[in-house]
Design a protein around this ligand. Structure first.
Ligand code: ATP
Length: 331
């Protein structure tokens, strides 16, 4: 057998191959549902995966989510034809009628892709998110005051329930590169009109903020932000493992209390993470910085009985060696 690369081999093929090996993202023989929007990123990813398929022996199918937005007419057929020309099975889900908001569309889309994966027995859903998406997500969350987890939230993979994973193999490839690849291979891209709408904050980050930063601050801004997200992802994973262990050692779920004497000697970064885990189960939405600080302050509180009220709903109280949570609505 020849070890020479095929004629279509490009530096992007080499990079993806290296990523897949190093990160063990898509195991040999896995069943992959490739989420194709019709845009350049997912088409580039699809072509690359098809080219690498003989080596990895994946079973690949294409999944498309039709939002049924006015500007999307014909898009689902376009993706279906692409699947046919690539000789891949095609799965389609249609959105129920409703308001065209970005957040709603995203939530529905992930549910629809998961349903397709369950029905078709796929263990990996693969998306075309790029280094550029990672940089934009970083900026978007930075502006909202996120910590390491939010800043690095576009990760290489994340669990979807059961043994299924969402995998993003192009996080070290920029949008400029996927565009160049599609042009060179003459792939039939359909631009996503929703991405042009500047009503959406994410689109303003993509179309206004990043270009501004590139022109006025640093030509490599996307790459640098994505690298920072990568570093934070590793650190976040590490800290989270330690914090989870500490949390399990300190929590008493029966009486909703935490062993504060156990937490006194650990670094502030871990205290905050443990408190966040503690509050997560009891607040109606994710605990924010103020919630976490209020309860973290109780770890060292000298006064027994000192309390912090959270959103008028919960009271955290320092007792001898513990912090307990009381639900105000039950009082
Ligand atoms: N309508 C769709 N059908 C199938 N897959 C899609 C669709 N829209 C997006 N995707 C998948 O998601 C990837 C990211 O798309 P896009 O950046 O438009 O989404 P996003 O809303 O920014 O995603 P996220 O919120 O997860 O960052 C695409 O490369 C593609 O794999």
């Amino acid at each position: 057998m020849s070890s020479h690369p095929s004629p279509i081999w490009t530096p992007l093929h080499a990079r993806l191959q290296e990523t897949l090996r190093k990160r063990a993202l898509l195991p040999r023989g896995a069943r992959l549902l490739l989420a194709v929007s019709g845009g350049q990123d997912s088409l580039c990813l699809g072509r690359l995966l098809l080219d690498l398929q003989p080596k990895w022996r994946w079973e690949i199918a294409i999944g498309h989510c039709d939002h049924r937005w006015s500007h999307d007419v014909g898009l689902a057929d376009h993706v279906r034809q692409l699947a046919e020309s690539w000789r891949l099975p095609f799965f389609l889900e249609n959105a129920p009628p409703g308001p065209e908001t970005e957040a709603r569309a995203r939530e529905w889309r992930y549910g629809a892709l998961t349903a397709m994966a369950v029905a078709g027995g796929f263990d990996r859903i693969v998306t075309g998110h790029t280094l550029s998406d990672r940089a934009e997500t970083f900026l978007y969350h930075l502006a909202r005051g996120a910590g390491a987890e939010g800043l690095s939230s576009l990760t290489w993979q994340r669990p979807l329930g059961g043994d299924r994973l969402l995998v993003r193999p192009l996080l070290n490839v920029s949008r400029a590169e996927t565009g160049e690849f599609c042009r060179a291979r003459d792939l039939p891209i359909r631009s996503d009109r929703a991405n042009e709408n500047l009503r959406y904050a994410r689109n303003r980050v993509r179309r206004e903020l990043v270009p501004y930063l590139r022109n006025h601050l640093n030509r490599q801004i996307e790459r640098h932000l994505a690298r920072t997200a990568e570093i934070l992802e590793g650190e976040d994973e590490y800290l989270d493992t330690i914090a989870s262990g500490l949390f399990e050692e300190s929590i008493d779920r029966g009486d909703r209390s935490l062993d504060r004497s156990r937490l006194r000697s650990v670094p502030l970064a871990l205290q905050r993470r443990v408190i966040r885990k503690f509050l997560q189960d009891y607040l109606p939405s994710s605990p924010d910085f103020d919630d976490i600080e209020a309860v973290t302050n109780l770890i060292d509180a000298p006064n027994l009985g000192q309390t912090s009220t959270l959103r008028g709903r919960l009271v955290a109280r320092a007792t001898g060696g513990r912090i307990e949570l009381l639900d105000l609505r039950q009082k």
